[in-house]
Design a binder for this molecule. Structure first.
Ligand SMILES: [Zn+2]
Length: 446
């Protein structure tokens, strides 16, 4: 997946091969100066992906009978016993707790949830006022800290985007979760995704990314990436579209965001798309709200082991994955309680977590991968196709009074956990600099 990543650290050279080294920095002639992009503010990015949420509708209740029509043996849940609604009172409770605890992430709004009704028009079974209030709640309480994604159009049947009606056949070939998307061109997928995004636009919910329902485009991932780049830019003009499709739970497997299809990096309209990888399974309450999860799989009660511990210590973003029906758990809130316990344990163990929306992580990784950095005598020159707040780099040398050229010098901090924009930390061997990276060129004096 590295075919379009660029080597972004360069050293300036004069003459044929001589690298300009700054003696003040203590570089030996045998060793090239090195700059490394660290995590934002040298912290550990964490996030929560919430799938299968929408307004009012419990996607499990309405989706299971449609899945069962296609694969009767696999969907035997007694869906009639599941509540038809996940109430706004629970959305508010979750959003308030999350805000109090600094949680950020992604929250799906399925635009035509299980073909019940349209979030931008009406949903049969609820009043016009209930839908309006539900959308207001998402805008006011969810949007500030969570990216909104469509999870395609219905998450169940494929919709004929010429008529807005589901195709007639209830077969894998006409389900969003399964076959339909596997052989479509990037343009066909982009048209379908744009349809979903436009419903959310009409409902007043801006998006910078999408989430794939079930197995959508699992065997067509190059076209998925291109279609996301195209559709999210077309509908919302988002600068750095992103998507969530894959998660990896095996120890040692990288879950770093993948910056794909970068182009035009030297011009006025640079482009790329970011694939965000989850690092856990749904160990909260399951997609149907019927599978009790286990906080220990994320982090054990003695705080020593668990998937979150592994990924946080690998310094890659640790992004948990859950489904909204499992968080609510038919009113028992099993998934929500597991999430609270996981956050509690993470806070006991770590003091350097930074909760980020998926769009924040995407922007940071695009900047990290695509900014060209040149180290020369007394300065670091950066050429950035994309701006990013909290940009943090490490130079393998001690420095004095670094700062943006012709700007105010950075303030020194004594602890790495105190780093924020326009500060630096230094010891005998390294300097960590934190600043808001500007789009275009900038120079840091060191
Ligand atoms: Zn889903």
């Amino acid at each position: 997946m590295n075919y379009n990543r660029r080597t972004f650290i360069k050293t300036t050279a004069t003459g044929s091969a001589a690298v300009v080294l700054s003696p003040q920095l203590g570089f030996s002639a045998a060793k090239s100066p090195s700059v490394k992009v660290l995590n934002p503010r040298n912290r550990a990015p964490v996030s929560l992906i919430i799938d299968d949420s929408t307004t009012l509708v419990n996607l499990a209740h309405f989706g299971i009978p449609q899945f069962a029509e296609v694969f009767p043996d696999n969907y035997k849940q007694d869906w009639r016993k599941l509540p038809r609604e996940i109430p706004d009172s629970f959305v508010r409770e979750f959003a308030e707790w999350s805000e109090d605890n600094g949680i950020k992430g992604k929250y799906s709004i399925v635009p035509y949830p299980a073909c019940t009704g349209w979030v931008n028009r009406f949903i049969p079974g609820w009043t016009e006022r209930e839908l309006k209030e539900s959308l207001n709640l998402v805008r006011e309480m969810i949007m500030p800290n969570w990216d909104i994604h469509p999870e395609m159009i219905s998450h169940t049947r494929v919709i004929d985007i010429k008529t807005g009606r589901p195709f007639e056949q209830a077969t894998p070939d006409f389900m969003e979760n399964w076959e339909w998307s596997q052989n479509k061109s990037a343009d066909e997928l982009a048209a379908y995704q744009s349809y979903a995004l436009n419903i959310l636009k009409d409902a007043g919910l801006p998006c910078e990314g999408i989430t794939t329902p079930g197995g959508y485009a699992g065997q067509n991932q190059d076209n998925l990436a291109l279609a996301t780049l195209e559709s999210v830019r077309d509908v919302f003009g988002a600068e750095i579209p992103h998507y969530f499709r894959n998660l990896y739970t095996e120890k040692g497997k990288s879950v770093a965001p993948e910056v794909l299809h970068a182009s035009g990096l030297d011009g006025p309209n640079p482009k790329c798309v970011v694939s965000i990888n989850g690092c856990t399974g749904d160990w909260f309450g399951g997609w149907d709200g019927l599978n009790r999860g286990d906080a220990n799989k994320f982090i054990t009660s003695d705080l020593q082991t668990g998937r979150m511990v592994d990924v946080i210590e690998s310094k890659e973003p640790a992004i948990m994955v859950c489904h909204w029906p499992g968080i609510y758990y038919n009113g028992e809130k099993v998934g929500f309680n597991i999430f609270k316990e996981v956050v509690n344990r993470l806070n006991q163990k770590y003091d350097h977590l930074i909760w980020m929306k998926l769009s924040d992580i995407s922007r940071y990784w695009a900047a990290k991968e695509l900014t060209v950095i040149n180290v020369s005598k007394n300065s670091i020159h950066l050429k950035a196709p994309f701006a990013s707040p909290d940009f943090t780099i490490k130079v393998d040398a001690k420095t004095k009074n670094p700062g943006i050229k012709n700007g105010i010098p950075f303030n020194e901090v004594q602890k790495k956990t105190d780093l924020k924009p326009n500060t630096f930390y230094t010891n005998k061997t390294e300097t960590i600099l934190c600043f808001d990276l500007k789009k275009g060129e900038m120079e840091i004096e060191i």
